[in-house]
Ligand binder design. Sequence first.
Ligand code: ZN
Ligand code: FE
Length: 257
Amino acid sequence: MNLTPLPAFQDNYLWLLDDGNRALVVDPGDARPVQAALQSAGLQLEAILVTHHHPDHIGGVDALRDATGAKVWGPARETIPEPVTRLAEGDRIEVLGLPFTVIDVPGHTSGHIAYYCDLFDGRPLLFCGDTLFSGGCGRLFEGTPAQMLASLDKLAALPADTRVVCTHEYTLSNLKFALAVEPHNAELIHYSERCTELRAQDRPTLPSSIGQELRINPFLRTREAGIRQAAQAFNGTDPADDVAVFAAVREWKNTFR
Ligand code: ZN
Ligand code: FE
């Protein structure tokens, strides 16, 4: 099985997963790079998995469905180009012979879902859309901090070796902020150096893993004493209030340059 990031727009990745003959694509915001990849590798597109309704995630859905007849799966509670088979928490689907379980992760949008496969080349795999990024998380366009914290808690509870397949290459700017929050996190300093090297060679920093993110991502670490204190120093938030600390760190990131 191959898992390939197709760069699109400024910083999106359209993830293609294939077995040499058949393929699935996640969040195809643009049909063209997907069609080019299918043609050059001689792949048949069987399925399109959509995590949420933003244009950079669904812009290519109609063109790809029309061109290939691929089946489209998407969130139960969002507006996605029809026909789409709608999914919510706990639903199980099989694509390319792989079993995926759906996880509701509201926050970035109110109906955002993630796709989790516990059996992919010996390690679990998570397609998390714009919910979890390496070193960061999605902006709260529709959901509340409490919803996003609960969503990230669900993802954080997945096995540490789960590959985290995110849809944007935001890692370096996320890590710049993460270092402002936790300047003494040695693992974060090391990871940041590695990612800087990868980007200098124009290579993706993704996929990450749940274990890696637990060590470096401030949005999965808001219960750490150092981050509670940093949030309090930022805007006087109550360091004992989990949701308030998460909200403060999210707000801090929104204004960080
Ligand atoms: Zn989005
Ligand atoms: Fe996006």
